[in-house]
Design a protein around this ligand. Structure first.
Ligand code: FO1
Length: 328
């Protein structure tokens, strides 16, 4: 990988991310790369709420990159008030999804701009620019894809399953409605054309990464991508650092382990490198037997310094994995 691009606007790393775990590494990558980073974000979690278009994963990455996120939850804004939510509750309206007052402004503006005819990529550009985020922030597609959970309690739209039902119903299978008609946006394809490495952030492989990787044409594009493709495990010691990944894997009949994550991703795309936590060091040989170079390190990101340190280790792995011409 070359050093910083002199033109100043060309991202050299494309990161694929979902919610909180992905946003943490995206923050570290942003500190390391500045505007040489493009983050492609899952939109399968998006939904309509209070008549507004809400994009939880996009907003989680946006707020993290801008340094505005709630440090406790990882999603939402720091120091939020909830006056609108309280009033909605008094009216007997929908109050299961905790929208803060500041966050509400994001959804109001996004919805207004979408209704004015902009697409989600254009609106997201406006939002991230206004918040001073210099990395490209790209929804995976401008066509709606909606994650639908088929569970033992019936069919649930994603946020109803995740937030309202706290992932309690047993997951039978996932559906990504609209996937067949969706395409990676031109900006995503342009970012990949400029990129020298692709990083899969430690996001839920089933809920957050699959919607991106299953976009028609995306896996094929990654297959011919010349640079290294590196992923970071969201599973540490058989547990998800955040969210229901381990529970979902068990329900899908897959052992919740970093190795299973590597196998899952390597089944979708060409994977060159995989970062797993020191507590999972015993799985490194099995990862290597998949033809994937393992890197064992501390993957827990608890502050800005640890996010940047992990990001720099991931980038160093990618540099090591740049494929040399066979004559060398
Ligand atoms: N997650 C919750 O568990 N409860 C909430 O009430 C909630 C509200 C919320 C509001 C805005 C936003 O951008 C995200 C929010 N999230 C909430 C997180 C989000 O729904 C999930 O973490 C992701 O969709 C999964 O990646």
């Amino acid at each position: 990988m070359k050093d910083a691009d002199q033109s100043g606007h060309t991202p050299v790393v494309v990161a694929l991310a979902g919610g909180v775990g992905g946003a943490k590494l995206a923050y570290g990558l942003h500190r390391a790369l500045g505007e040489r980073l493009a983050v492609v974000v899952n939109t399968g979690d998006d939904f309509e709420h209070w008549g507004l278009t809400v994009c939880p994963d996009l907003d989680t990455v946006l707020y993290n990159l801008a340094g505005l996120n709630n440090p406790e939850f990882g999603w939402g804004l720091a120091g939020e008030s909830h006056a609108a939510l309280a009033m909605m509750r008094r009216y007997g309206g929908e109050s299961w999804f905790s929208l803060g007052d500041g966050d509400l402004a994001t959804h109001l503006l996004r919805t207004e701009r979408l209704r004015a005819g902009l697409n989600l990529t254009q609106v997201t550009f406006e939002l991230r620019t206004a918040l001073g985020v210099t990395a490209e922030l790209l929804p995976m597609s401008d066509q709606p894809v909606r994650t639908v959970v088929h569970s033992d309690e019936g069919v649930l739209p994603f946020q109803r399953y995740f937030v309202q039902r706290r992932c309690e119903p047993r997951l039978l299978r996932l559906e990504f409605a609209g996937m067949e008609g969706a395409r990676p946006s031109p900006q995503v394809l342009a970012a990949l054309a400029r990129a020298e490495a692709v990083v899969l952030c430690p996001s839920n492989p089933y809920l957050s990464l699959d919607p991106i990787l299953l976009l028609p044409g995306l896996a094929e594009r990654l297959r011919v991508f010349a640079g290294p493709v590196v992923a970071v495990s969201p599973i540490v010691g058989g547990q998800a650092l955040k969210g229901p990944a381990a529970k979902i894997m068990a329900e899908l009949g897959v052992e919740a382990s970093a190795l299973a994550v590597a196998q899952h991703i390597a089944g979708r795309i060409r994977l060159d490198g995989f970062v797993l936590d020191a507590v999972d060091a015993h799985l490194a040989d099995a990862v290597a037997s998949l033809g994937v170079t393992p890197l064992v390190t501390d993957t827990i990101m608890h502050d800005a310094a640890s996010k940047e340190r992990l990001a720099r280790e991931v980038l160093a792995l990618a540099v090591r994995l740049v494929r040399r011409p066979t004559s060398e």
